[in-house]
Every structure is written in C-alpha cells, then in structure tokens.
Design a binder for this molecule. Structure first.
Ligand code: SF4
Length: 420
C-alpha cells in the first residue's frame, strides 16, 4: 500500500515533464484505491473525420492529409509500445481496447491492423471473461465496406459501434451527418455478413425539429436490426460549436424539456419491451452485451488513453495528452512525452467521482465498496444533501447500494450537480 504514491508519481512521470502534483496526505497513503483497482481498459483516439458535425466538441479534424494520418498511426503504435513498458502497465491486466474518435474507419486499414496487433501483443490481455478482451471500433456508416469490416474482424475487433444517430434522413441532414439511413442499415448488414456478433448503434434524440413520432420511427428501425447494444443520447449543445452559435441567434428549433423527457421515456419503453436492459442512463444491452470498456469508466476504473487529446487515469493520476495531432506526432517521434496536463486526484475527489459515475448505472454504487476503497460512505460525506435527495425519492438505498430512482434518472443532471 505504501508504494501507492510512488507508483502514482512514477506513472505520471512516465508522461510528464511538468505537472500539477500535490503530495498525498497520510490518510490517502493508508487508503489506497490502487489496492482495489481491478483490470484496466485502453482507449485509443483517432482524431480524424470526413467532416466536422456542427454539434461536435470532440478532438477531431476534417480534411486531414493522408500523410499526416499515416504518421499519426505510426506514432500511436509507438506510444502504445512505450506505454506498455511502463511498470504500471506491466503489473496490470487489461480487459478492453476501445478505438474511438473522431472516426477510426477513416485511417489506413493496414496501419490500423498493425496498431491493434501491437496493442494486443504489448499489453497483458489475459482473458478475464469469456469474451475478453473486448475490442471495439467506432465506425461511421458511410466509411465502411465489406472488405474493410472483414479486415477489422481479422485484426481482432469483436465489437462494432456504429455512429447511426438517426434513421431519418431529414434529421441526419439537420445535424450535418454525411450518411443516410440506408447507409446505416447497410453497415449493419455488412457487419453481420463478415461475422460481427456484437454490434452497438448510437442514436440521438432531442434533435432540432424532431418530434416523438420521428424518434419512435428511429427506435423501431434500430430494434428491427437487432443490435446487441444501443447507446441513446440526448443532443447537448456544447460551447464553441456551430450549434451553440445558432442557439445564441435563436435559429435552432430544439425540443423543450418536456418533449425531451418524453423521448427519453419512450426509448426506455420501446427498448425494454424488446428485451434491452437499461444498464446505464443512456445505454441499453441484451443480456451479456454490456460494454466492458464503458462499465469500467462508470466504475471509475483505470484506463490508459493513447493518442492526441486522450485522457489516462490510473492510480489516482489523471493525464491529458497533447490535443493537436501534428504536435503529438512530433513529440512522440522526438522521444518527448505527449503531455498536456497531469494532476494527482485527492481521495475526496476520487470518492465523489466514484459516486457520480456509479450513479449513472442502474445498479448504482456499492456503499460497502466505497467504504473499503475510500474509508467514507455517501452518508458521512454528503450528510443533509443525501438525506434530502433520498426524501425527494430521487435516490434510493437498497441492498447496500445507492442508486437513482426512476424519477431520479429523469433528473439525473440535477441530482449529480448536488453531489459533485
Ligand atoms: S463524426 Fe463524430 S467525432 Fe466526427 S465530427 Fe461528427 S460527431 Fe464529431
């Protein structure tokens, strides 16, 4: 246990040349979440897209030269191999590799296959569940073809996350997507043809001009395709995006709160009637198909982030990589750490994160595990605030777990804001 601060510090120093790094206090040294850390995940970020969607605030760039993309993939592979040699990684087993973006399906397939092979080889992915390791790739429907999907399968990808967003061409146009509903249907068919048995579709609601009927049609088309998993997100207006400008100018016809809530409930109704369990506020799965990688985030587990703009979080240290892909390449090839910021998270902050992230899941958080990990309980930490949320029936305590009620889930943002 005493090794924790040293381990965390050395983990950060793997990347950091300068960092915000407060010394852990005595209590933190005695109560090390490291002791309870389970297996970890790896996230690899591909910051390239065909076109920038007007609502998107992710680290992603359009119209990037192929040469830069290729050099980026080589740098990413180099970073994976370097990171795998670090003492923290060498003592860790990994359960998942998630390749997200951006649009990972816009880079050279061979370089992507080399990167996946290098990760599977360099990190210890000793099986921790029958389907382990879970290797997910995000794709956009119009960026894939059969040969490409086949190659991904051969490279070890066993879960496909398709950025569908809507099965209404009108809505896809409104939100600036470059694919059609038919492209989505075709992408699912091709993925099945080449043997994918774990497919997730992303859908969005609360879109400009969208009504319940339009949303219902999208949900029903999605379930007809029988994906194993569905992520259902409300459109959020992020600062510094074209949509934020349009909202400021009063030019975006967004559904009001009541309509958005009724769309959220409609998703819950339709999907649960079709055998999908809501296991997180925005995520639904058939039995056994919950996302291993995402559950690790919600359980506040450790993960290594590779690529520009990616975040790593392990042993109480959070590290943000350089966002600009070209600077990222230059740093990696120049043997520099691609660091933007590193911070040591105090134990109180980790506790609150574990509560807030855990409450996103329908199972909630285990109170006894929190006590074991952090030496504190929600009751002791939050006092009256927690009592109030319990009295308002937005939270409930059952079988030693704290979780959102059905009503609490509808108001999740407000509940979380009180627990931050
Ligand atoms: S495809 Fe995804 S990552 Fe790329 S711009 Fe659109 S929303 Fe952002």
């Amino acid at each position: 246990m005493e090794q924790w601060p040293a381990l965390a510090k050395s983990a950060a120093e793997c990347w950091a040349s300068k960092m915000v790094f407060s010394k852990p206090n005595k209590k933190q040294q005695q109560l090390s979440p490291e002791t309870f850390e389970g297996h970890a995940g790896i996230y690899a970020h591909i910051p390239f897209c065909q076109a920038k969607c007007p609502y998107c605030s992710f680290v992603s760039y359009q119209d990037v030269d192929t040469n830069i993309k290729n050099r980026y993939m080589q740098a990413l592979l180099q970073q994976a191999q370097d990171m795998a040699k670090h003492p923290w990684s060498r003592t860790r087993k990994f359960h998942s590799l998630y390749i997200g973006g951006g649009t990972p399906s816009t880079v050279d397939i061979s370089l992507m296959a080399d990167f996946i092979a290098a990760c599977l080889d360099a990190f210890d992915f000793t099986a921790v569940s029958p389907k382990s390791p879970e290797v997910t790739m995000e794709v956009n429907p119009n960026t894939v073809n059969k040969a490409m999907l086949k190659r991904f399968r051969q490279a070890g990808v066993n879960r496909l996350s398709i950025g569908t967003q809507s099965f209404s061409d009108a809505m896809l146009k409104v939100i600036g997507r470059k694919h059609s509903a038919q492209d989505c249907i075709q992408a699912v068919k091709l993925a099945r043809d080449v043997g994918f048995t774990n497919i997730s579709l992303d859908l969005m609601f609360g879109l400009p001009g969208q009504d319940r009927e339009n949303w219902q049609n999208s949900l029903e088309t999605a379930v007809e395709l029988a994906p194993e998993h569905l992520s259902v997100y409300e459109l959020t207006i992020e600062q510094s995006t074209p949509f934020a400008d349009q909202v400021r100018l009063g030019r975006l016809d967004l559904p009001n709160e009541d309509l958005s809530l009724s769309m959220f409930e409609l998703a819950r109704e339709i999907l649960s009637a079709r055998g999908y369990e809501q296991y997180e506020i925005s995520n639904y799965a058939r039995n056994g198909f919950q996302s291993v990688h995402n559950v690790n985030y919600w359980e506040n587990g450790s993960y290594v982030g590779l690529g520009s703009g990616a975040v790593s979080c392990f042993s109480g240290v959070r590290i943000q990589s350089e966002k600009n892909p070209e600077r990222f390449i230059t740093m990696i090839t120049g043997q520099q750490k691609p660091l933007k910021e590193a911070e040591f998270l105090p134990i109180d902050a980790r506790f609150r994160e574990s509560v807030i992230m855990g409450l996103r899941m329908t199972a909630g958080v285990s109170i006894s595990l929190l006590e074991k990990q952090y030496g504190m309980t929600p009751e002791k930490h939050y006092g009256e605030i927690l009592e109030l949320l319990l009295n308002q029936e937005l939270l409930e305590e059952k079988h030693n777990r704290l979780r959102l009620t059905k009503a609490g889930m509808l108001l999740a943002n407000r509940v979380m804001a009180q627990l931050v």
